[in-house]
Design a binder for this molecule. Structure first.
Ligand code: F6P
Length: 322
């Protein structure tokens, strides 16, 4: 293996730049050439590659987003798209690829691996933390801290007006951001896709808080909650008890940007280094994760199928402490 490539794909996540930097610098240290593929699988199909040296990744460790940009590629889902991508990789002399992304990225890589013979390894990069095979994904810690800071601000104004706030955080299929940001901000309740939402139960909690004359109540709603999002749930609650003074905030994409936290940068740097070593050790079709500080290799097929389990003790914490 003389030359490797690195790309970012799917929703960007803070810390992706730190991972790119680590991949590039480790590759150069190991005397490999390295190219960056722009816009994920889209750039692979278009042959949008750029040679990278040590300077191309200077001053990026502290930046959110991704210098290689990202995309959700429809063309890579077609046989034709994947064939063109393979031809471009071969033409560029690439002997191994590091894919940084989430579910969709590794689903694509998994299909590609069954059709073509170029080793891919993956680095978990998504704010959702929904991949099996790592304690934490790159981007999760920063997104949590961003959400927590925003919720703290909302709590100030909620307290000032005795209001009930429904705050929607990201997580189309997973409640990890919702759960930990709820604990960290002292929220009264959390609604997540992994548990069926019970409005009667929620009403009980909220009316109890009202009777206790709590100054405010905060309910964190994960984007993918089955009851239909923060606005819909707020309407339902209002229709059952119109004395609540309710407001809704959708945090949205502000959770995806920003300076990566220290933990994020260290995790991303470690996984980036280990990804290059894994390629050189002959590993393929695996995601590099960290579990209890140890490096763990999980086949793509497993990382995407077995979603990380939600710790129900964390749910209990919201109930008892909120
Ligand atoms: O990257 C994960 C994620 O942020 C999800 O939490 C969210 O549902 C989705 O991406 C939003 O994607 P997009 O930016 O394409 O709208």
């Amino acid at each position: 293996m003389k030359k490797i490539a690195v790309f970012t794909s799917g929703g960007d996540a803070p810390g992706m730049n730190a991972a790119i930097r680590a991949v590039v610098r480790t590759a150069l240290y190991k005397k490999l050439d390295v190219v960056g593929i722009m816009r994920g699988y889209e750039g692979m199909i278009d042959g949008d590659f750029m040679e990278m040296d040590s300077r191309s990744v200077s001053g990026i460790i502290q930046q959110g987003g991704t210098i290689l940009q990202s995309a959700r590629s429809k063309r890579f889902r077609t046989k034709r798209g994947r064939k063109t991508a393979f031809k471009n990789l071969i033409k560029a002399g690439i002997g191994g690829v590091v894919a940084i992304g989430g579910d969709g990225t590794f689903t694509g890589a998994n299909v590609f691996m069954q059709e073509y013979d170029i080793p891919f390894v993956g680095i978990p990069g998504t704010i959702d933390n929904d991949l099996f095979g790592t304690d934490f994904t790159i981007g999760y810690d920063t997104a949590l801290n961003t959400a927590m800071a925003a919720i703290d601000n909302i709590k100030d104004t909620a307290n000032a007006h005795n209001r009930l706030f429904f705050i929607e955080v990201m997580g189309r299929d997973a409640g990890f951001i919702a759960l930990r940001s709820a604990i960290a901000s002292g929220a009264e309740a959390v609604l997540i896709p992994e548990r069926k939402t019970n409005i009667d139960k929620l009403m009980k909690t909220l009316t109890k808080n009202n009777e206790k004359r709590k100054r405010s109540s905060i309910v964190i709603v994960a984007e993918g909650d089955d009851a239909g999002g923060a606005f819909k749930i707020a309407d339902e609650v209002k229709s059952r008890f119109d004395k609540f003074d309710i407001r809704v905030t959708i945090l949205g994409h502000l959770q995806r940007g920003g300076r990566p936290t220290c933990m994020e940068r260290v995790l991303a740097s470690r996984l980036g280094m280990e990804a290059v070593k894994a390629l050189l050790d002959g590993k393929r079709s695996v995601m590099i994760g960290q579990i209890h500080q140890d490096i763990v290799y999980t086949p793509f097929a497993k990382a995407i199928k077995h979603h990380q389990k939600l710790n129900s003790k964390l749910l209990e914490m919201v109930k008892v402490l909120g």
